[in-house]
Design a protein around this ligand. Structure first.
Ligand SMILES: NC(=O)c1ccc[n+]([C@@H]2O[C@H](COP(=O)([O-])OP(=O)(O)OC[C@H]3O[C@@H](n4cnc5c(N)ncnc54)[C@H](OP(=O)(O)O)[C@@H]3O)[C@@H](O)[C@H]2O)c1
Length: 202
């Protein structure tokens, strides 16, 4: 399979790339690193990147910015950051990406545990992750040509605990390599419209 991984240099994306690379042709994409440069918050950038690649079998989106702040202080600009990247960035990756996918292809998005379990400063992330879940369920029913759509919703990643750990007291973390299995299940399996909640035990 020819698979595009957006966010390929990241904590999560790099393990997804590693897990897929043995048996598949993986194209690495990111904002400033990778084989292909793309900014998911800009539809033109998504289209340009996909034009440069041509037909593919799967897209994994392991990125999507969102702002963290106290609810009372969340500015419109901070809301827009997540709306344009976490939500509409991934919606656009799906809508535009589907046009470049071969029959029976797949799209895998990323949300996060905050959709189900609130944390301090997480209202924007919770709202937009939840929207991604509803989008996944609905859009999967309308995608043409057997194209599948799923979302992986990770708990905090063990390798990210130094940065985010204080915001997830008592939460179980998951190693990025273990988490990559949920992405593999989405890309290589047959399921669609699913949210793979990678947080058993939380
Ligand atoms: N880490 C966690 O604990 C955790 C838990 C739940 C959910 N998540 C979510 O999972 C996603 C990946 O997390 P991560 O920790 O792996 O992130 P990360 O290590 O910070 O890596 C981010 C990746 O996304 C790329 N990127 C950034 N902005 C982009 C844009 N506008 N367009 C395209 N690519 C862009 C970066 O590319 P460059 O290197 O080229 O800049 C990099 O490859 C994020 O949405 C995060 O919120 C993470």
């Amino acid at each position: 399979m020819k698979i595009l991984v957006i966010g390929a240099s990241g904590t999560i994306g790099s393990k997804v790339v590693k897990a897929l690379s043995d048996q598949h042709e993986v194209l690495k994409a990111g904002l400033s690193n990778g084989d292909v440069k793309v900014d998911i918050s800009t539809p033109e950038s998504i289209r340009d990147a996909l034009d440069s690649i041509g037909p593919i079998d799967a897209i994994v989106c392991a990125t999507g910015d969102v702002a963290f702040n106290a609810f009372e202080q969340l500015s419109r600009e901070e809301w827009d950051k997540g709306i344009n990247s976490r939500l509409m960035g991934q919606v656009n990756v799906t809508q535009i990406g589907a046009q470049y996918l071969n029959d029976g292809g797949s799209i895998t998005l990323t949300s996060g545990i905050i959709a189900d379990h609130p944390i301090p400063y997480g209202t924007s992330a919770a709202t937009l992750n939840g929207a991604i879940h509803h989008f996944t369920k609905a859009a999967a029913t309308e995608l043409p040509r057997g194209i599948r759509l799923n979302t992986v919703s990770p708990t905090v990643v063990t390798e990210s605990l130094d940065v985010y750990g204080d915001y997830f007291p008592g939460f179980h973390s998951i190693d990025a390599e273990d988490l990559s299995k949920s992405y593999i299940r989405s890309v290589l399996g047959i399921e669609t419209g699913q949210i793979f909640r990678a947080y058993a035990g939380n």
